[in-house]
Design a binder for this molecule. Structure first.
Ligand code: ZN
Length: 341
C-alpha cells in the first residue's frame, strides 16, 4: 500500500523550482531522459533525472505546471525521527507511522513536501455485508446504510451549518476589504472541516471493522454530473472537503484491509430499495415513498441501501485507487492532508 503524506517544508526553493520547470519543458519537447542534456540548466542531476523521467515523452500532458523537485529513494536518508535530503539540505519530521517498508520518493513544491511511502500489504477481510454510502445527502455529510444488518449511520450533521456561518463572516469582511482576516477565517474553517472528516471516516471504518463490512461509494465524478441541478449540495460536491473525506475513507480502510468499491450513481435516489421499482415520483424531498410497494424511507438511507445493492448485483469497480493515493500530487492542495489523528 502506498500512501502520500504532505508536510510543510518552510524553505524557499523558488529558484530550484524555476529550474525544474525548465527541465520539464526540455524533457517534454526533446524526449531526453538523460540529465547530461540539461546539465547547463544547473539543477542537481539526481533531481533532473526524476523530472525528465516524468515529463519526457509524456504525450497526455498538455500543460506543464507546478513542476516539483523530485527526489528518488536513493537520495533520501532517515536519521532518527527525521528524513534528511542531502541534495537540498532539508530535514523533515516523520509524523506518520514508522513501520513502513520504504520511502519511494519525495516531491518538493513551493510550500509542501509530498512523501510517498510504501507500507506492507494488509490482509483484506472478506466482508459479510456492505455499507452503501450516500454523499448526496441533504442533511448530513454522509449517510451509510447496511442492507444486511439494517444499520444506518448519519454522520457529519454540523458541516453545512459551519460552512454557512463562515461564509457569512467572510462576506462581511470582504465588503470591508479585510482580506488577511478573510484568509485566516478560511483556514480556520478548513481545519474544522478536516477534523470533522477525520471523525466521520474513523466512525465509518470502525463500524465496518466491527460488522465485518465492506464499503460502497458512488463514483465522485458521476455524482457531480447528476447533482448539478441541486444547488444546495453543490458546495460539498465540488469542494475539496468532499474529496478529502473520500481519501480519508480510502486510506483508513486500506490500512485495516477493508475493501472499498465504487458504483455509478444511476437511479440511486429514484430506485426503491425494497422492491427495485424505479420512478422519479418515488423521491419526495427528504422522504422516499415507493409508488409501487408503498415503502417509506428516509431518502438518503434509501439511496445508501441502493448503493450497497448495486455492488451486490455485481455492478461495481474495486478501488485500486488511481488518483487518490498512489502518489498523485496534482489533487487539490487542501485535500491532501493526511495527517492522522
Ligand atoms: Zn417499492
Amino acid at each position: 500500500m502506498i500512501l502520500t503524506y504532505k508536510i510543510k517544508h518552510n524553505q524557499d526553493y523558488s529558484k530550484e523550482l524555476i529550474l525544474a520547470e525548465k527541465i520539464a519543458w526540455h524533457g517534454k519537447y526533446t524526449g531526453s531522459r538523460s540529465s547530461a542534456d540539461v546539465k547547463q540548466i544547473g539543477l542537481k542531476s539526481m533531481i533532473a533525472n526524476q523530472i525528465l523521467k516524468k515529463y519526457s515523452n509524456h504525450k497526455k500532458l498538455k500543460n506543464i505546471k507546478s513542476v516539483k523537485l523530485a527526489i528518488p529513494g536513493q537520495g533520501i536518508k532517515i536519521k532518527g525521527n527525521q528524513i534528511y535530503l542531502p541534495c537540498l539540505k532539508l530535514s523533515l519530521d516523520i509524523y506518520f507511522n514508522r513501520n513502513f517498508d520504504k520511502i519511494n520518493q519525495i516531491e518538493i513544491g513551493k510550500e509542501f513536501a509530498y512523501i510517498s511511502v510504501s507500507y506492507p500489504e494488509v490482509e483484506q477481510i472478506t466482508p459479510t455485508s456492505f455499507f452503501g454510502v450516500d454523499r448526496n445527502s441533504t442533511s448530513h455529510v454522509l449517510v451509510a446504510s447496511n442492507t444486511k444488518t439494517g444499520k444506518v449511520m448519519k454522520l457529519g450533521k454540523a458541516c453545512n451549518h459551519i460552512h454557512k456561518k463562515y461564509k457569512s463572516i467572510r462576506t462581511k469582511l470582504q465588503k470591508k476589504a479585510k482580506l488577511k482576516k478573510v484568509k485566516r477565517i478560511k483556514n480556520r474553517e478548513n481545519k474544522i472541516i478536516k477534523n470533522i472528516n477525520h471523525k466521520i471516516s474513523k466512525a465509518l471504518i470502525q463500524r465496518c471493522l466491527k460488522d465485518n463490512s465492506g464499503i460502497v461509494l458512488e463514483n465522485i465524478k458521476s455524482i457531480r454530473k447528476t447533482a448539478k441541478s441541486r444547488k444546495k449540495q453543490r458546495y460539498f460536491l465540488n469542494s475539496w472537503s468532499f474529496y478529502q473525506l473520500q481519501m480519508m475513507i480510502e486510506y483508513k480502510a486500506k490500512k485495516l484491509g477493508i475493501p472499498v468499491f465504487y458504483v455509478e450513481p444511476q437511479y440511486t435516489s429514484q430506485r426503491c430499495s425494497g422492491c427495485g421499482h424505479i420512478e422519479k415520483a418515488n423521491r419526495k424531498l427528504k422522504l422516499f415513498q415507493c409508488v409501487e410497494c408503498g415503502k417509506v424511507e428516509n431518502a438518503d438511507v434509501n439511496a445508501g441501501f441502493n448503493i450497497a445493492e448495486l455492488h451486490q448485483l455485481g455492478i461495481s469497480q474495486f478501488s485500486k485507487d488511481r488518483d487518490l493515493l498512489e502518489g498523485n500530487t496534482d489533487i487539490p492542495k487542501e485535500a491532501m492532508v493526511l495527517k492522522p489523528n
